[in-house]
Design a protein around this ligand. Structure first.
Ligand SMILES: Cc1cc2nc3c(=O)[nH]c(=O)nc-3n(C[C@H](O)[C@H](O)[C@H](O)COP(=O)(O)OP(=O)(O)OC[C@H]3O[C@@H](n4cnc5c(N)ncnc54)[C@H](O)[C@@H]3O)c2cc1C
Length: 302
């Protein structure tokens, strides 16, 4: 159910997800599928917006003669998954196993992560006849009933087979499936696109029929989370600013939404998805960012 910042001002929710991007849409949809919980998803951008981008600027980069770089991110429901290049590449199995060992949690190991990756995808192995010898994905490595439609793409770069042949002639082995856990060699990439349509966090997890069935989910767009409030070390509220368009970023219209407090919950505001869940030590009593956020980040920059 979609709403606006004014309409939800002062309400309480069991979970508030700040940032309706790639992770935020999935987390909100999964939380809202639990019985008896209310979920609020807050997104700065619009519900859907062809031009919805943050064009953030880095600090001057010492190694680039002081040049600043532009750091693009999606600013709309679906976040960066709405604007990215749609390539879907899993990491090598050995990396997941290393992470599991490093954090002492077997949940991150390849054998435990693979079933979750399969759950996400609806993989179609179809390829034009002339490319079939260049890929051999195994059914056991792929899902066919997840929300994200994955395949080799509707069109291939002209001459791709010549490029692969050249690699093979020069001793680079063929990788029959770059997403099998062994991506070594040259192989064809996968994309989250089908029949000319991008599949991304918003239309895969929060499409019209999902929204209809998730009656306990409130989505607020064109609204920025500004402050997190905490009580007894638990995030208890989020301060919101309604910013209807990119053009009037200076106008502010504050509205407060409050998360319900439960002593059983360790945290109940999730900021920008899993990757940046706020440690409680940083939000006591009120947090306004921290100088370490984004420190050492390395990404697509231009
Ligand atoms: C140009 C580009 C190309 C890429 N290509 C690929 C690719 O081909 N394959 C691939 O796997 N990955 C690719 N990526 C990377 C991938 O898209 C991202 O890693 C991933 O989408 C990040 O997901 P996220 O949930 O962490 O953040 P995002 O999806 O960026 O979500 C963050 C969300 O939070 C919102 N937000 C920010 N601040 C606030 C606030 N104060 N209040 C409310 N909302 C806020 C933003 O508007 C955004 O919607 C690409 C990225 C870019 C930018």
């Amino acid at each position: 159910m979609a709403s606006n910042a004014k309409a939800i001002s002062g309400q309480t929710f069991d979970y508030i997800v700040c940032g309706g991007g790639t992770a935020g849409c999935v987390i909100a949809a999964e939380l809202a599928s639990l019985p008896n919980v209310s979920v609020l998803l807050i997104e700065a951008g619009r519900d859907s917006d062809k031009e919805g981008l943050w064009e953030l600027e880095t600090v001057p980069q010492k190694q680039l003669n002081g040049r600043k770089l532009i750091f693009l991110r999606g600013r709309q429901l679906g976040g960066s998954s709405a604007v990215n290049y749609m390539a879907l590449a899993r990491g090598p199995a050995a990396d997941y196993d290393d992470w599991a060992r490093m954090v002492g949690d077997d949940g991150w190991s390849w054998k435990n992560i693979l079933p979750l990756m399969k759950q996400l995808e609806d993989f179609d192995p179809k390829l034009p006849a002339y490319l079939q010898r260049l890929a051999a994905p195994k059914t056991r490595d792929h899902g066919t009933s997840g929300p994200l439609k994955i395949g080799f793409g509707d069109e291939m770069v002209p001459g791709i087979e010549t490029f692969v042949e050249a690699c093979l002639e020069n001793g680079i082995p063929l990788c029959p499936d770059i997403n099998s856990g062994n991506p070594v060699g040259v192989g064809l990439a996968r994309f989250n696109v089908r029949d000319g349509e991008r599949y991304y966090a918003a239309n895969a997890w929060l499409n019209e029929s999902a929204r209809k069935s998730l009656q306990n989910l409130t989505i607020v767009t064109e609204t920025e989370c500004d402050l997190l409030h905490s009580r007894n070390g638990i995030v208890s509220g989020v301060e919101l600013y309604h910013r209807p368009t990119r053009e009037n970023l200076d106008e502010e219209d504050p509205h407060l939404a409050t998360a319900s407090v439960s002593v059983m919950e360790k945290r109940n505001a999730i900021v920008h998805g899993i990757t940046v869940t706020i440690p409680m030590s940083m939000v006591n009593p009120i947090a306004r960012g921290t100088s370490r956020v984004g420190f050492g980040s390395s990404y697509h920059m231009k």
